[in-house]
Design a protein around this ligand. Structure first.
Ligand code: SAH
Length: 254
């Protein structure tokens, strides 16, 4: 005789991409349609949440800078708890869950609790936002490498490895860098970057409210302040930014 054993559900750590629902992977869309519960954060757009079945439970756990709705430890506990009561738990995160998304931390906690999981990658902001802004992150004339960094540190400072970031022929993409933009530009110039090096700041990339402001290390902070950009913004630094006027397409659609 077979005895039924209480089996826990599974947690799917899913990347939602940068905003445009068309950039969801097929796997992500299918999981959203069949999830019993979706735990999501503020970067996930309404258009993406529309994929979730009406009867599914939706839990927003926030995560806006300086406005953490739920501390990370509580999110970890929540996921394990939900996996005990639901079969298909989707943990939905903006962009890719493994790029500045704390996806690794959440999985470590699931492992500690013996909960099975899968990971579904998403289009990270650097790729999605740069594509929709018409700024190729590499280009044989301008950049042979690309670095992703976070501009947000716990204590508000930005102790990045400036010597590496100012090396020529590379593109630097800064996540969460809006608050520290002025300081980042100042440090890059102090460490030898040209004041006329191109910088683009993109708000709400890949969505209808996308805004792109271009400038240089010397003047971008003023331009961004004048343009009243708000989070989420992605900063792209490098000579590739000069391709934007020629290659921008999203804002030119009929
Ligand atoms: N895991 C996410 C990043 C989370 S960190 C990913 O892979 O994309 C959050 C930061 O991502 C924001 O502060 C911003 O810098 C960037 N970001 C995410 N979506 C964005 C968007 N649509 N437009 C501009 N920046 C975005």
């Amino acid at each position: 005789m077979t005895r039924s054993i209480a089996r826990s559900g599974k947690v799917y750590l899913v990347g939602a991409g940068p905003g445009d629902p068309e950039l969801l992977t097929l796997r992500a869309a299918r999981l959203l349609e069949t999830a019993d519960v979706v735990v999501y954060d503020h970067l996930v757009t309404d258009a993406i949440m529309d994929f979730v079945a009406p009867e599914a439970l939706r839990i927003c756990v926030g995560k806006q800078r300086n406005n953490h709705t739920l501390p990370q430890e509580d999110i970890n506990q929540l996921l394990s708890g939900l996996a005990n009561t639901h079969q298909r738990v989707v943990r939905l995160k903006g962009g890719d869950p493994f790029i500045f998304g704390r996806g690794g931390e959440e999985l470590q906690s699931l492992v500690a609790n013996g909960i099975p999981f899968e990971v579904v990658p998403g289009v990270t902001a650097a790729c999605g936002v740069s594509s929709y802004a018409g700024i190729p992150l590499t280009h044989r004339d301008y950049a042979q490498s690309c670095t992703f960094v976070t501009g947000h540190l716990q204590d508000g400072s930005t102790n990045l490895d400036w010597t590496t970031l100012v090396r020529p022929r590379q593109t630097v993409v800064i996540y969460m860098g809006l608050g520290g933009l002025e300081e980042i530009c100042r440090q890059m110039m102090q460490h030898g970057a040209r004041p006329e090096l191109g910088v683009a700041v993109v708000q709400d990339g890949t969505t209808e409210s996308q805004k792109v402001i271009c400038g240089t290390l010397a003047d971008i902070a003023t331009r961004v302040a004048d343009g009243q950009l708000r989070s989420p913004c992605l900063t792209i630094i490098g000579d590739v930014v000069r391709l934007h006027p020629q290659l921008q397409w999203f804002s030119r659609r009929p």
